[in-house]
Design a protein around this ligand. Structure first.
Ligand SMILES: Cc1cc2nc3c(=O)[nH]c(=O)nc-3n(C[C@H](O)[C@H](O)[C@H](O)COP(=O)(O)OP(=O)(O)OC[C@H]3O[C@@H](n4cnc5c(N)ncnc54)[C@H](O)[C@@H]3O)c2cc1C
Length: 466
C-alpha cells in the first residue's frame, strides 16, 4: 500500500514534518541515510556544540569566577575524554527521543539513501547494496546541508577540520586557526579557547558575524578579544600546507596583496554550509534548483514537480533548526489541506558565545537599506539589578521600533541568557506588538528580562533605571 508521505531526511525539518503529518492522520515513512535519526542538528550540530559550550563555560567559570564569589575549589582539571562522553550522552538521549516519538506516532523509519526514481516513487538503497522502491502520494525532501569547503584546502578531520571534526578533537590544540567569523566559528572557537587553545580567527569580511546588527557585532568582537580570541579581518586563506609539523596557512588581504604565513596546530574551516542534494536524482525528475544549489519551492513548499516538496536547509532562508521545524509543520498541514504558514519576519537567531547574542527581526542596517524610519531604545545590562548582582554586566538590549507606529521591528540582546530571553521578543513581534506594549508588560524583579522592558521604555526615552 502506498504511503501518504515519504520524508527524505530525519533532521529537525524531516522528523518534525513526519510527526505533524502522522498527527494529522497520514501514513508516513522517513528515509534516513545515517545510522541515527535527528540529522545535522542532533548529531553534529546544535546539540553537541551546545553540550561543549555548556561544559567549557562551566570549566572557565570554576577557574575564574568561583573564588571572587567566596567558593573555594581547587584548580579544575580537564578530562577531555569524559567531557566528550558527556556530550555524546546528550546526543544519544536526543536521538533516542526522536526514535521514541516515531514509535509513538506510528511513523516508519528506514535506514538507507533515498533517491526520487519518479514522481511518487522513492528508491531506498541500503549499505549492503539492496534497494527497494516505495510509493507515496507526496514526497518531502528534507536532506539539509553539508559543510562548505574552500577550493584547494582538503578537510582531513585530523588537523584541517570541519565543524564535525572540531566537535570531537581528542586533545586541546595549542594553536587553533579558524577560517570564518560566523556563528559556528565563534562558538567552536569559544569552546577550545576556554579549554586552553590560543584561537585566531581569519575573516574575509571587515566584520565578524555577518547578518547580525553591526553595533552588536562590534561589541561582540571587543568582548571576544578581551577573552583572548584574536581576529584578522578583511583577509582570506588561500592555502594550507599540511606536510610540515605545524600547519602553515597562507593569508592575504581579501582584495589581494602580500601574503603572510600563519602557523597553527589545527585549523577549522567554518565558512558556511551548502544545501545537500547529492544522489537525490533531482535532475532526472526535473526538480529545479537555484544558482546556490537550493531547491526552488513556492509559498507552499512545492517544487516545480507535482507531489514533490522541500523544506529546511535545502531550500532558501536561514539555515537554522527551528526554521526547518516550522517549515516541517507548515508543509504537513498544507498536505492535509490546512493553512500551514511560517512567519519569516520572526525567526530568532542565537549565537551561543559568552555573552550570548540573540536577535529577532531586522538590524539597523536592514532598516536603513529598506528606507524604514525607526526609533532606537537601548538599555545596558550594567544598569540591570540582576546582572549587577551576578556581576555579569556585559551587553545590552536594543529595540528598533517603527518611527511612525511604534511597532517592534527588531530586538537585539547580548547577555548571559540572551538565547532564552529572545523568546519574549519573538512572541511580542508575532502578535504585532508596539514597543509600548512591551514597556507596559509587568516583568518580574529582579530578572534579566527587565532589561527588555527598560529598552522598550527607552524607545520613548523614559527608561526608569538608567
Ligand atoms: C556545528 C553546528 C551548530 C549548529 N548550531 C545550531 C543552533 O544552535 N541552532 C540552530 O537553529 N541551528 C544550528 N545549526 C544548524 C542546524 O543544524 C540546521 O539548520 C538544521 O539541522 C537543518 O535541519 P534540516 O532538517 O533541514 O537538515 P539536517 O539536520 O541537515 O538533516 C538532513 C538529514 O537528511 C539526511 N539525508 C540527506 N540526504 C539523504 C538521502 N538522499 N537519503 C536519506 N537521507 C538523507 C542526512 O543524513 C541528515 O540526517 C548548527 C549547525 C552546525 C553544523
Amino acid at each position: 500500500m502506498p504511503y501518504d508521505l515519504v520524508v527524505i531526511g530525519s533532521g529537525p525539518g524531516g522528523y518534525v514534518c513526519a510527526i505533524r503529518a502522522a498527527q494529522l492522520g497520514m501514513r508516513v515513512l522517513v528515509v534516513e541515510k545515517d545510522k541515527t535519526l535527528g540529522g545535522t542538528c542532533l548529531n553534529v550540530g546544535c546539540i553537541p556544540s551546545k553540550a561543549l559550550l555548556h561544559t567549557s563555560h562551566l570549566y572557565e567559570e570554576v577557574a575564574d569566577r568561583f573564588a571572587p564569589m567566596g567558593i573555594e575549589v581547587s584548580k579544575p582539571k580537564l578530562d577531555l575524554a569524559r567531557m566528550m562522553q558527556f556530550k555524546q550522552e546528550g546526543v544519544d538521549g536526543n536521538v533516542k527521543g526522536v526514535a521514541f516519538l516515531f514509535k509513538k506516532n506510528k511513523i516508519e523509519a528506514r535506514q538507507g539513501t533515498g533517491r526520487i526514481a519518479a514522481p511518487a516513487k522513492v528508491e531506498v538503497s541500503t549499505a549492503d547494496g539492496k534497494s527497494e522502491t516505495v510509493e507515496a502520494e507526496a514526497i518531502v525532501i528534507a536532506t539539509g546541508s553539508d559543510v562548505a569547503r574552500l577550493a584547494g584546502i582538503e578537510i582531513d578531520e585530523r588537523r584541517v577540520l570541519s565543524s564535525t571534526g572540531a566537535l570531537s578533537l581528542p586533545q586541546v590544540p595549542k594553536r587553533l586557526l579558524i577560517v570564518g567569523a560566523g556563528v559556528i566559528g565563534l562558538e567552536l572557537g569559544s569552546v577550545w579557547r576556554r579549554l586552553g587553545a590560543q584561537v585566531q580567527v581569519v575573516e574575509f569580511l571587515d566584520r565578524i558575524l555577518p547578518g547580525i546588527d553591526g553595533e552588536v557585532a562590534r561589541q561582540a568582537q571587543r568582548l571576544l578579544e578581551h577573552q583572548g580570541m584574536s581576529f584578522k579581518l578583511s583577509s582570506k586563506i588561500t592555502a594550507v600546507e599540511t606536510s610540515t609539523k605545524s600547519l602553515r596557512a597562507q593569508v592575504e588581504p581579501s582584495t589581494g596583496g602580500r601574503a603572510e604565513t600563519l602557523e597553527a596546530d589545527v585549523t577549522l574551516i567554518a565558512v558556511g554550509r551548502v544545501p545537500y542534494t547529492e544522489g537525490l536524482g533531482l535532475e532526472s525528475v526535473g526538480v529545479k534548483k537555484d544558482n546556490k544549489n537550493r531547491i526552488i519551492v513556492d509559498a507552499h513548499y512545492a517544487t516545480n514537480v507535482a507531489g514533490i516538496y522541500a523544506i529546511g536547509d535545502v531550500i532558501a532562508g536561514p539555515m537554522l533548526a527551528h526554521k526547518a521545524e516550522e517549515e516541517g509543520v507548515a508543509v504537513a498541514e498544507i498536505l492535509a489541506g490546512q493553512a500551514g504558514h511560517v512567519n519569516y519576519d520572526v525567526i530568532p537567531n542565537v549565537v551561543y558565545t559568552y555573552p550570548e547574542i540573540a536577535v529577532v527581526g531586522r538590524s539597523e542596517e536592514e532598516l536603513k537599506a529598506a528606507g524604514i524610519p525607526y526609533k532606537i531604545g537601548k538599555y545596558p545590562f550594567s544598569a540591570n539589578p540582576r546582572a549587577r548582582v551576578n556581576q555579569e554586566t556585559e551587553g545590552f538590549v536594543k529595540i528598533l521600533a517603527d518611527a511612525k507606529n511604534d511597532r517592534v521591528l527588531g530586538v537585539h540582546i547580548m547577555c548571559s541568557d540572551a538565547g532564552n530571553m529572545v523568546a519574549e521578543a519573538a512572541m511580542a513581534m508575532e502578535f504585532g506588538a508596539a514597543a509600548e506594549d512591551i514597556a507596559r508588560t509587568c516583568h518580574a524583579h529582579p530578572t534579566l528580562p527587565e532589561a527588555v522592558k527598560e529598552a522598550a521604555l527607552a524607545v520613548d526615552k523614559r527608561a526608569i533605571n538608567m
